[in-house]
Design a protein around this ligand. Sequence first.
Ligand SMILES: Nc1nc2c(ncn2[C@@H]2O[C@H](COP(=O)(O)OP(=O)(O)OP(=O)(O)O)[C@@H](O)[C@H]2O)c(=O)[nH]1
Length: 342
Amino acid sequence: MLLDKTVLERVNTFQHIEYPLEAIQLFRNISDNNLGVIRHLIQDCDIVRARAGQTVLDASSAGSRLYIVLSGALGVTMLNEDGNHLENTITQYLPGECVGEISVLDEEIHSATVSAIHDSLLLVIESSIVWQLIEESNGVARNLLQLLSFRIRAANAQIRSRKKVGEFYRQLSMVDGLTGLHNRAWLNQQLPSLIQAAHGGNQPLSIVMVDLDHFKRFNDTYGHLRGDDALQAAAKVLNSGLRPTDFAARYGGEEMLVILPETDLQAASIVAERLCQRLRSAPVFTESDKPLPHITGSFGVATLQEGEDFQKLLDRADSALYFAKQSGRNQVACAPALNNMN
Ligand SMILES: Nc1nc2c(ncn2[C@@H]2O[C@H](COP(=O)(O)OP(=O)(O)OP(=O)(O)O)[C@@H](O)[C@H]2O)c(=O)[nH]1
């Protein structure tokens, strides 16, 4: 016979089973007198059996019962922020613990799906009885408050860790997988802000556009994988030759961009010359550590002009790079300041 995932089998009422009330979290540290009142209130409450995999509480359904695990274990599946998809969490409810209390108290829908991890016996307390328990026993009210505080802390911790994971993935999406440099998405987001900050603070800012020379030939001769090695070697040269306040990003296929805040044209051209020299002498290692021929790059430097935007600055660096290529590659060219241009 197929198991009905929603209907839990009723096996008894609480008065017919031997279960110590003190083993139930909600009824801990309560005087004997009061325990008698509690036992009386819940004596007719159902005991149901949830088979492994069976749903006990359905996310998005209204809740009017509290479930106390007497044996077995329940597991919770939280709703994602979009309210549609489910993701597994590791939260488990073990004997003595209860689920469903928040929806009983606020009469809102459940925010999670709870299912049986193993075959479980559960005590079902209808919401009207829960309220009577609260009225009759300060101890139950206190235990419930403690439980809610615990739930709030656990939920906050989960939100914090999700935020951290979210930030991790956000950062990851801003990094180029091959070179480890910032990627184009990062550049599109950050360069305009850096430019705005430079204009606002009346500070110089320079960029250096770098393009590897005859890279197609390198790929064609040694293969695309060796080309990737060469790109990684070039990225390492850029990264290791900069100040902590500078940035290097992969702009396109074999094109990279260096951003030098608080750096004028003269200082930027010195940085570019240094990078150009280091690149031409950097070894390109393959996995077998057999060195490949050195690669070279052409460098175009441009310094931010008054009122200039992100695109115009990039265009001028690109023109300087083109000039470096036309002049024989493996060298640096600087874009003249705008008032020096025709
Ligand atoms: N191995 C590898 N090659 C890439 C990657 N991205 C782009 N390339 C290659 O880079 C080469 C760029 O070639 P071109 O634009 O013709 O320029 P070039 O051969 O470097 O010549 P110049 O720039 O004029 O010196 C192409 O062959 C691309 O396939 C990459 O991620 N890995």
